[in-house]
Design a protein around this ligand. Structure first.
Ligand SMILES: Nc1ncnc2c1ncn2[C@@H]1O[C@H](COP(=O)(O)OP(=O)(O)OP(=O)(O)O)[C@@H](O)[C@H]1O
Ligand SMILES: [Mg+2]
Length: 482
């Protein structure tokens, strides 16, 4: 059975004893431990007892909620505060957001809405507070926080970049396939930066509908579009002096990209539908699993923003390109799940490890983590065996088949290419690469177009490239075009 661990410590500040009592009972029922205060002075005393989140009424007998907010955030700028306001106090709520409140809720409210907000704020607070330490070895069991594990040369290089750029104010672009650890790297950069005591807000651009993302980031003025009933303060304003993590930036619309570019260049923006120019001081970290250079060619990503972002970039290679990290990561997850589930699995058998090493890991480290968790649930003894990785066994055969054909095809290909290569070494020394790759591209295009009777849509689909790329290459090699 799971032990009864508190989900976190919350301070409620409310002068109405009935509401205060009800909230306490409710939140304790949800698994939080609760501190209470009936006025501003008591709130500040209670804050010394280390709450991870505060739910704060805007109207208190001795001072305004806004003053209490300023005092609380003055001593801890990372403390998330949810304001409770009356219907008529939207203005105060907006001021509170400018002061960095996490969010506000208007009275009367449904308890489940408040609990939903608290869960979100707690998660955001956890990301801010849990440090991420890069480590080329297994961390000792009592190390607090999260660890970015890996000892491959590629990961060591990434640790070096983190060390070099974390302290600077530079914008960083983190690129890598899904599950490679982009978010961990973003947090490692934050935790090693000069802004580590200031807020960190993550926004997943892919998770928010395109029409809402702009207002989520920059806020909007009342009446700027249907449904904009009051002014809204966006993440950039709320996170002033902190760090914003724009995750999945490849999913951002061109319009929003333009606004982000302006922030990076001039640290200024306007709210949606607003006239006033607002100045902010925010460090931006971005991540993507898309090929932004390709998107630039297709004109779905602004080139000026791309060049600005990639000045400092961290490319996390997929796990299959750094097999040295697999045993270490597996060992790390073994330790982690032993601790979490109170199991005592001692080791991974050699044949099981062999399987882990040869599997292609399309879902990268996240997939390895999930497989290790499943394996440890299945394991009754002290050693992980191949049979504890049933999914891997199936995938493994498929993978071996793919590898075999690739190898066979590779051999033939090599033989076919060799005479070409030899000739070019004579005629185009110093330009062999570009010439041969160009010839190859041109030939591929010709073959594909011939196969589909010159239909460009079908040719692009067959080759798995975009129509823009196809047209671009056809022009370059003087193909078709009549
Ligand atoms: N080098 C690593 N060391 C330890 N854990 C890792 C490492 N890389 C990834 N993980 C773990 O794998 C999971 C996925 O990592 P993360 O969310 O950072 O990936 P991501 O690249 O942001 O993925 P996505 O593109 O799907 O958002 C997390 O649970 C993370 O803790
Ligand atoms: Mg991610």
């Amino acid at each position: 059975m799971k032990e009864n661990k508190s989900k976190g410590k919350i301070l409620i500040v409310e002068d109405d004893p009935a509401l205060l009592g009800a909230l306490k009972v409710l939140l304790e029922g949800e698994g939080f431990s609760v501190l209470t205060a009936g006025d501003g002075e008591a709130a500040q005393e209670a804050a010394a007892r280390g709450p991870e989140l505060v739910v704060l009424d805007v109207k208190l007998p001795d001072m305004s909620g806004l003053e209490v907010l300023k005092a609380l955030r003055g001593r801890d700028p990372k403390l998330p505060v949810i304001m409770m306001t009356g219907y008529v106090t939207t203005e105060t709520a907006i001021k509170a957001m400018m002061e960095g409140a996490y969010d506000y809720i208007s009275k009367p409210f449904k308890m489940n809405v408040l609990v939903g907000l608290i869960d979100k704020a707690m998660e955001s607070s956890r990301l801010m507070r849990t440090t991420v330490t890069p480590s080329p070895t297994l961390p000792s069991a009592d190390l607090k926080g999260d660890t970015l594990i890996g000892k491959s040369p590629q990961m060591l290089e990434i640790y070096k970049i983190i060390g070099q750029v974390a302290q600077s104010e530079a914008t960083v672009l983190i690129a890598g396939e899904s599950g490679t650890g982009k978010e961990l790297v973003a947090r490692a950069l934050y935790h090693h930066s000069g802004r580590k005591d200031r807020p960190f807000l993550a926004v997943n651009c892919a998770a928010i509908p395109e029409t809402l993302l702009e207002s989520e980031l920059f806020g909007h003025e009342k009446g700027s579009f249907t449904g904009a009933a009051a002014r809204k303060i966006g993440k950039f304003e709320q996170c002033n002096y902190g760090t914003i993590f724009l995750d999945e930036i490849g999913d951002m619309s061109l319009l929003t990209q333009a606004k982000v570019l302006r922030i990076l260049q001039n640290q200024e923006f306007e709210r949606v539908g607003g006239q006033d120019t607002i100045k902010v001081n925010v460090r931006v970290i971005t991540a993507t699993n898309k090929d932004l250079s390709q998107m630039v060619k297709e004109k779905t990503f602004r080139d000026d923003l791309y060049y600005r972002l990639k000045v400092v970039s961290v490319n996390i290679p997929p796990l299959r390109q750094r097999p040295q990290d697999i045993p270490l990561l597996a060992q790390f997850f073994l330790q982690k799940f032993n601790k979490e589930t109170k199991k005592e699995v001692r080791e991974i058998s050699a044949p099981a490890l062999e399987r882990l090493m040869t599997y292609p890991w399309p879902g990268n480290v996240r997939e390895l983590e999930n497989f290790m968790e499943t394996a440890m649930v299945l394991c009754r003894g002290e050693v992980l065996l191949p049979e504890h990785f049933p999914f891997l066994t199936e995938g493994d055969e498929e993978h071996a088949a793919i590898l075999n054909t690739l190898e066979a095809r590779g051999d033939l290909f090599l033989k076919a290419l060799e005479p070409q290569f030899e000739t070019l070494c004579q005629t185009h020394a110093g330009k062999v690469f570009d010439t041969l790759v160009g010839d190859l591209e041109k030939a591929l295009l010709q073959l594909a177009l011939k196969r589909v009777d010159g239909n460009q849509v079908q040719a692009a689909k067959l080759l798995g490239i975009s129509r823009n790329t196809l047209r671009d290459r056809m022009e370059r090699y003087g193909l078709g075009g009549e």
